[in-house]
Design a binder for this molecule. Structure first.
Ligand code: FDM
Ligand code: MG
Length: 210
């Protein structure tokens, strides 16, 4: 049986990642599963959720970084099994968010290379779509924005910049940028559908790893 494909939707906050991930899932039906990182339902995920939602719960930047990575590792073998069973796995955020949000804190010693290290060896997606918009100023208008720890305009601007450095650091020919500015949900989906369908129809053997 052909293995399933690993498709990653990455990007800045509020660019429609979750909406499009759901649309891909509906388009693929029961051939696919959708996983979201952080997965807040595990024990590690509960800690991450507490860190993101409770400003009184402090952790060193290094510790929370390693928890986000540990959260990916705890699902790695499940993702592997799903792919081997022929299921396509759609990920809503993964390694690139992990590196970009932590490195954007600009903590001495916690550079991109340091941040990437604990994720080395994780399954590498067959396709990564990076959702981007022109600027972060419209974020303020989005309902609910500002409730979680990283939802601050200044920080989001640094994350945007850091993502592009992360992409320079981690090479990947199977990565595409999707500019969602001024595009409706349907327009974005029409743009990405041929991209993920092409990857799904490929006959790939073996896996690649970060
Ligand atoms: N985030 C997400 C990280 O800082 N590191 C990670 O490894 C991942 C997967 O967590 F601000 C950040 C990105 C975002 C926050 O993500 C919660 P969602 O997608 O808004 O739940
Ligand atoms: Mg969020």
């Amino acid at each position: 049986m052909a293995r399933g494909k690993l498709i990653l939707i990455e990007g800045l906050d509020r660019t429609g990642k979750s909406t499009q991930s759901e649309k891909i899932l509906s388009a693929l039906g029961d051939e696919a599963v959708l996983l979201k990182f952080p997965d807040r339902t595990t024990r590690i995920g509960e800690l991450i959720n507490q860190y993101l939602t409770d400003s009184n719960f402090e952790l060193p930047a290094q510790s929370i970084h390693l928890l986000f990575s540990a959260n990916r590792w705890e699902l790695n073998s499940e993702i592997h099994s799903l792919l081997e069973a022929g299921k396509h796995v759609i990920l809503d955020r993964y390694v690139y968010s992990g590196v970009a949000y932590s490195a954007a804190k600009e903590i001495p010693g916690m550079d991109i290379s340091w941040c990437f290290n604990p994720d080395k060896g994780l399954l590498k997606p067959d396709l990564t779509l990076f959702f981007s918009n022109q600027d972060s100023s419209s974020l303020q208008d989005r309902e609910g924005f500002g409730e979680e720890r990283y939802e601050k305009i200044e920080f989001q601007k640094r994350v945007r910049h850091t993502f592009s450095n992360v992409f320079d650091h981690i090479s990947d020919p199977n990565r595409a940028i999707v500019d969602v500015s001024d595009r409706s949900i349907e327009e974005v989906f029409r743009y990405i559908e041929p991209l993920f369908r092409t990857v799904i129809n490929k006959d790939l053997e073996g896996f690649t790893y970060f």
